[in-house]
Ligand binder design. Sequence first.
Ligand SMILES: Nc1ncnc2c1ncn2[C@@H]1O[C@H](COP(=O)(O)OP(=O)(O)OP(=O)(O)O)[C@@H](O)[C@H]1O
Length: 256
Amino acid sequence: MPDGGAVFRGVGHVLGDRPLFEDVHLDVPPGAVLAVLGPSGAGKSTLLRMAAGLVRPTTGTVTAPRRMGYAFAEPRLLPWRTALENVVFALGRRARQPDLERGRSLLARLGLAGSEGSRPAELSTGMRQRVSLARALMPGAPLLVLDEPTSALDVRLRAEVRTALLELSADAASAVLWSTHDPYEAAQVADEVFVLTPAASTRHTSVPLVPRSLRSTEDVDAAARAITRCLTATGTPSPAPSHAGPSAADPLGDHP
Ligand SMILES: Nc1ncnc2c1ncn2[C@@H]1O[C@H](COP(=O)(O)OP(=O)(O)OP(=O)(O)O)[C@@H](O)[C@H]1O
């Protein structure tokens, strides 16, 4: 395995006698963002957990670096520690002054300047989610796993946090696994999109994207529509359209 990145080879998972997904092949190299989408219960979190070794695949192999930052779908903060203490806790050692400064800077970057000394019970749900994201970013690890990282945020914060996550993970050249229910978010942040398709099928598909550095607003809209079609299809993948049409890629109704 190269230093960084995650590789899935022929990965499948069976729950009881029900296959959740099968034959998943993915490469997430250092610096790349893979967005994972699918309806509730399709197995997004399961797939992410496999990268951390928290779930063993029924078939196939997952190779990932040992050092990683992981933001679970629920924040899982230590209630007796402050926001800053929760963030630096990710280092697994006694925090030194530069660690505290980095922790403060990450919290500030995620809009939490001034909340460093607050305990989780004193924070809103969205604030707790951002503390958990700062904790995942703290080690600057080669792999960053983000399970629905903006689900508890309002529209403005979602946009800001997305940008911060992309910049901070790029600084560390992390490979990023990012699950979301939002096709528009995936179309914005991802280098590759992986869709676990609806329940009765174990199919999955990738959605082609224009390279992120060249992606226009119209490309984002078009990709989001293609992702939405994959999510609502009965299993047949749709290619990404090459041009923008009327915007229909806003299932949450919260994008401009
Ligand atoms: N610890 C577990 N034991 C048994 N089944 C589990 C466990 N965790 C998840 N599952 C089952 O695995 C399936 C996939 O769950 P998973 O959380 O991966 O889906 P998801 O796509 O992330 O869903 P959501 O969008 O609702 O978060 C579901 O049917 C769920 O009930």
